[in-house]
Design a protein around this ligand. Sequence first.
Ligand SMILES: [Zn+2]
Length: 458
Amino acid sequence: MFEEEIMKKRTGMFCLLLVVLLVGVAAAQSQPAPITAIKAGRLIDPETGTAATNQVILIEGEKIKAVGPNLAIPAGAVVIDLSKLTVLPGLVDAHTHMAITYKEQPENNYYYLTYIMESTPLRAIQAASNGIQLLNSGFTVVRDVGNNALYADAALRQAIEQGWLPGPTVIPSGPMIGSTGGQFWPTPEMYKYHNIMFPEYIDANSPDEIVRAIRENMLFGAKTIKLCIDCKPWGYSVEDIKLAISEAAKGGCKVEGHVQTTDGAQRAIDAGIHMIAHGNALTPEQHQQMAVKGIFLNGTDTPFMPYRGNEQAFKRTVANLRDAWEKKVPLTFSTDLDYWNERMKNEKTGEWLTRGDLTIAFLETWKAADIPQADILRAMTINGYKSADIIKERGPIKPGFYADLIAVAGDPLTDIDALRNVQFVMKNGMVFKKDGVMTPEKFFHPGPVRMPSGRWTR
Ligand SMILES: [Zn+2]
């Protein structure tokens, strides 16, 4: 009898607790999301390359609710006056590396040594810092594609999603998948006895190994798959690449192929890959084929700067970019930034350039290739969202989309350099930067305040 009494009491307590919990959840749900109203002096639609004046953008919580010229601003809404600025979607770096920084000292730009000398935790913190610097320059989405320590890219994506710190939406690839050796040339003892390839690369040499590598990356958080098509003469065949594409699709991932030879590029094109990284090896005929198939080019078009590059390589890069544009290849803005040196300073002020400054400096190549401003802007936004495969939820400033937007003085449609001075940044409906100053306090939390609804939701 006594036990029954206890059971009854326990059941009663449990029911009470449940009621309290349910009431709490209902109260939380019934609390309306805060409304923000942005007054935009000019609002750019990069898809059409047009701008509308005096628009109001209503944002409810994390998402855009309405956009138009004469919207009524609800009572109690927070009003942000950007009527003197041009508002546009956040920018995309479609190919970068946030968790590796090879240097002239001490490793002589040899990233095999960076990998040995810098720990995964250090590299993860570097990635977090790079993310904040990129967001400060208006980059709200980055594809982070390999050389990421032990899935630091996926961890950063998760941390930003959960609300630990501010940063762009990270599209992580996990380790690059390649055939024996990846992009390293290790000694036999390091390769055979010390398993030096992993976690910087995953060796996958047969169809079974390719399938296993892709599944592992997706299990550990990859949202895109990066293949080394021709990093070694024993690279992937058309059949290998097709297999990778179909396996990645099972986890909702698209495949990017690193190519450095014309033969490798041809195999990637023939297999119908989603994106090709690096434009240097591509021929005009291959540009034509990519345009027909709609294959994105993440050209990683490095400018010639006091801290990087040389004139000859730059001329080639500019000519290749120009030809790809003429052939109507879908182009993204992409950098491949993964290096640093002590010349990376503002020539006038002597101050260090930020990761955002270094990224936006790639505009130099696009300007040298004489690509129309509207097309550059499309590469930096719409094509970036498409190549990252998030165009259905992020990017366009339209109802239902996440509120990721930036504002600049001037008009990037007539002067693309206006993007160098981002005055305002909003990410997921929260203000990260205002009046040219970072105000990121609302992004920091000591716990996961924004748990995504499921591991596989994108
Ligand atoms: Zn790269």
